[in-house]
Each structure stands twice: as structure tokens, then as C-alpha cells.
Design a protein around this ligand. Sequence first.
Ligand code: 5RP
Length: 216
Amino acid sequence: MIQLSPSILAADFADLGRECRKVLDAGADMLHIDVMDGHFVPNISLGVPVLASLHKALPDAYYDVHLMISQPVRYAEAFVQAGASCITFHVEAVEDAAGAIKAIHALGVGAGVSIKPATPVEDILPILDQVEMVLVMSVEPGFGGQKFMPAAVDKIAALDAYRREHGLGFRISVDGGVNSQTGALCTAAGADILVAGSQVFAAADPAAAVAELRAL
Ligand SMILES: O=C(CO)[C@H](O)[C@H](O)COP(=O)(O)O
């Protein structure tokens, strides 16, 4: 079953609660919360108070929190207290990825690891038996609305082959430039979760955009 995680980066932040409710009502499975610190990536987005407010307004939603920050372990607990359902960190941001996963699990939530376009899948093979999710970046993290990088499809296929070969259960998510064409390539390669920002929130009819992606 393909799941859809709309990225709130492309939402109207002045109307965030209503925008999120709309995509959830339209069938989105979760909300992708893009956290950027202006250090790990060259942009600043939102932080703990925004998630806490969203969680208060929409307590039953699943919050898929993507930390594009330099010190993910330091801030993971605050995001979990604010309502994060799972925490994804970047392998490029930590020295001890296994330690980061343990720290996230100790908070009682699922752990995901993300790789930038230049990071090979081989870099995360030793920790794939410890995570619930791998997030493949199909754009350089930092900004929404970029063009999908097709090399992500090969990474998804390699991860899918690896999990089958080793009997692992992590889910494969893909983030950046996902639309109905690029999303179809990703799901055919083995992706389970599509993260889409502009395609959903910038659409004239977000509900129709969710339905189109969910049907892939
Ligand atoms: O993590 C991100 C950027 O760093 C965003 O989630 C991603 O770019 C999604 O936006 P879009 O679908 O508009 O490309």
C-alpha cells in the first residue's frame, strides 16, 4: 500500500491547520514536517512550537518529522514531546548513526534515516536493520519546488532489493520533486511513501492532488 505524506513546506503557513486538515480529509496518510536549521541546509523553516500547535489542532494525525538539522539527537526529544510520531535524521549530520537511532527509539517513536542525493546507499547499509524508514532525497534538501533527480530511483531499487535479500522491514520514502510521473517511477522501484509538497499544497485542488498520488 503506497502512502502519501504531504510536505507542509509548500503550505500556506498563515493557514496551516486548515490546510493540513484539508489534505488529511482528502486521504493523506500523514503530514511531513520539514525542519531546517539554516546550518545543515541553507534555509530555515519551522520548529518545535509549530509542530506543537499543529498537534494540538490535529491530535490524531501522524507526524512524519524530517530533521534537516545539524544536531538531530539534541532536538529529538523536544519534537517528540511536541507530537512527532517518527523522527528522521540525516546520516550526513551525525557521527554515530546507530547511537542516533537508539536515542530516537528511547523516546518511544520510530526512527528514519535520510540520505542526500550525493550520499550512496552503501553508507547506510550497516544500520538498515535498525530503522523503520529510509528517506531518499530526490532533491538537494533545503527548498521545495525543485526538479526530481532521477538517480533517486536507482537508490530506491537498491534499497528494495537489499531489504528483500535480508528480510528487513524498513519502509522506503522519497522526498523532492514528486508528482504523478516521478512518483510512479518511485513506486515501481519499491518506494512505499511519497512525500510531496508543491504538488499537493500548491495545487488548485489539494484534495484532487492527494487522490491522484494515492492512486499510483
Ligand atoms: O524536504 C524538502 C526539501 O528539503 C521537501 O520536503 C521537498 O522538497 C518537498 O517539496 P516538493 O514536493 O515541493 O519538491
